[in-house]
Design a protein around this ligand. Structure first.
Ligand SMILES: Nc1ncnc2c1ncn2[C@@H]1O[C@H](COP(=O)(O)OP(=O)(O)OP(=O)(O)O)[C@@H](O)[C@H]1O
Ligand SMILES: O=P(O)(O)OC[C@H]1O[C@H](OP(=O)(O)OP(=O)(O)O)[C@H](O)[C@@H]1O
Ligand SMILES: O=C(O)c1cccnc1
Length: 484
């Protein structure tokens, strides 16, 4: 949105491979790639998928502009002019499936599946991962904060500390879809319809001779939304008493001081004292906002300490995912078109068993217990496998200790991947943010609290169908034998 023309928002090696495919005449061969991550961030029990709206817009607008072609021509003299002509006509003509934004997702399950000419699918890897990795990470962080804040108001304050403008904008959207109430980011408010909220800075107080007068003038200017920042000089000695004076003046005028904001010092102690002072002055309806480098850990700790905070302003730690600044999602080739037009499953072998990919284009289903309405496990199978769609009893087995299994019978199987583009045409209506937020809430209700807790959550299982497991095992064996 901020940066038009994203065809070159890619790594050079993608263009190199596109060129090599074109030279070899394999560029029109079909391929299937799947995007997934291997490890949950922040030690959380789930991640919140986000980034689809950005991906959809990217795919729809994916064109090489004349200036892109000029640049490529300058960069690489060896490029055949025919290749650049091919790029000039580049459009996404493939099929893309994706998980819906706001869904709870887990390691090693396909979140986005791209089936198209390898020429197209290869180019898209970089941008698609860039959008999915960042937005999913930030939505997950925000969802964690929502879990500990319970029903308190949550305001996003991060724009100034974000990794530049696009991150502030799309990060804010991710934060909102995962349950924050508002943002201070006006551009995000305008572009995405996110409610905006704000207090005032220390500079407002510093730009006046005295604090009380600064508060009075601010209240006079914006009487319907007054939150006064009380820590510029001395929170309990001057800030809160001055705010109380203004609150009482407003009361006499039939108006209401909304809140005071604490932005330094011991927030537990200061909020408890501030609450007492406000209550004693007859201002029980004035709320307390806290900010200052907060995250889910400090908020939880403050709640345990009995802090009397009604609303939290969270910036730096959230918008930068400071404790884990990347998700590490990958995009792997899982099938390629053979000479006869049939798909051949592909594998990437690794010494680390966790990094061996799962071959073949896969669907993913969430199995929901009919009697409790709660998720049992996610299930990966090939689209050709119909037992899951027919809700037949299904055997779930441990991927490495396959003798450990259980039969699941009374379940509903909800497909997680929905078609977004089919043969180049968008078939998915992007939901608005209100709907995505609703969907995220419904998803949370579908999981037992054990999976949602912030610390040491239960491990939610992803199971492979027999066929997927057998294909993976036989391909691994084939490559191990070849290596001997
Ligand atoms: N009672 C508390 N328990 C745990 N953490 C707290 C408590 N009160 C505040 N914090 C957190 O501790 C950190 C204190 O930050 P810092 O050391 O910058 O102090 P400060 O009081 O903000 O000082 P400054 O005036 O320089 O802003 C912040 O992350 C804040 O959210
Ligand atoms: O700490 P965060 O979670 O990132 O929340 C945003 C911070 O940004 C502001 O501070 P800053 O010092 O930039 O400006 P100020 O003078 O308005 O306090 C605000 O007062 C918060 O402390
Ligand atoms: O509105 C606020 O209080 C605010 C906004 C951005 C950053 N810090 C605070």
């Amino acid at each position: 949105m901020l940066s038009p023309g994203l065809a070159l928002h890619t790594d050079k090696y993608q263009i190199n491979m596109m060129y090599a495919h074109w030279i070899n005449g394999t560029h029109n061969r079909k391929a299937v790639f799947e995007a997934f991550f291997r490890k949950l961030p922040f030690g959380n029990g789930y991640a919140v998928f986000a980034g689809l709206e950005r991906i959809v817009k990217y795919v729809e607008d994916l064109r090489f502009e004349e200036s892109d072609l000029d640049y490529l021509r300058e960069q690489e003299e060896n490029y055949d002019p025919g290749f650049l002509e091919e790029l000039r006509n580049f459009r996404f003509t493939g099929t893309l499936h994706s998980v819906k934004e706001g869904s709870l997702v887990f390691p090693n399950e396909p979140l986005v599946r791209v089936e198209s000419r390898i020429f197209e699918a290869q180019l898209m890897e970089t941008a698609l991962l860039n959008f999915m990795n960042y937005q999913t990470l930030i939505a997950t962080k925000a969802s964690r904060i929502r879990q500990v804040a319970k029903d308190d108001l949550l305001m996003e304050f991060g724009i100034r500390r974000a990794q530049e403008a696009d991150a502030a904008l799309w990060g804010t959207r991710a934060v909102y879809l995962a349950g924050f109430d508002s943002t201070s980011n006006m551009l995000a408010g305008k572009l995405f319809g996110i409610p905006t909220a704000g207090t005032h800075a220390h500079s407002w107080v510093q730009s006046h001779e005295n604090e009380e007068e600064a508060f009075r003038r601010y209240a006079a200017a914006l009487p319907d939304q007054v939150t006064l920042l009380v820590d510029t000089y001395d929170t309990l000695g001057s800030g809160v008493p001055h705010a109380i004076n203004i609150g009482l003046e407003m009361q006499r005028q039939g108006k209401r001081l909304r809140a005071v904001r604490l932005d330094s010092g011991d927030i537990a102690f200061l909020s408890i004292k501030t609450r007492e002072m406000l209550d004693q002055a007859g201002l029980s309806d004035v709320k307390i906002v806290a900010s200052n480098d907060l995250d889910e850990h400090t908020i939880l700790s403050l709640k345990v300490q009995g802090a009397r905070v009604d609303s939290w302003g969270v910036g730096t730690q959230l918008i930068t995912a400071a404790d884990q600044p990347t998700l590490g999602g990958v995009y792997k080739l899982v099938a390629r078109e053979g000479d006869d037009g049939e798909y051949i499953p592909t594998i990437k072998i690794s010494a680390n068993p966790e990094k061996v990919t799962t071959p073949g284009a896969k669907d993913i289903y969430r199995l929901i217990d009919r009697s409790t309405g709660k998720a049992i496990a996610d299930y990966l199978c090939y689209p050709s496998e119909t037992d899951i769609q027919e809700q037949a009893p299904i055997k779930l087995f441990h991927p490495s200790h396959t003798y450990l299994s259980k039969l699941v019978e009374n379940y509903v199987a909800e497909p997680l991947l929905v078609p977004v583009f089919v043969e180049g045409k968008r078939v998915y209506q992007l939901p608005d943010l209100a709907e995505i937020r609703r969907h995220h809430k419904e998803q949370l209700q579908m999981f037992w609290p054990e999976y949602l807790r912030m610390m040491n959550p239960e491990h939610y299982r992803i199971h492979l169908s027999d066929q997927v497991w057998l294909t993976r095992a036989s391909l691994m064996q084939r490559y191990i034998d070849k290596g001997k």
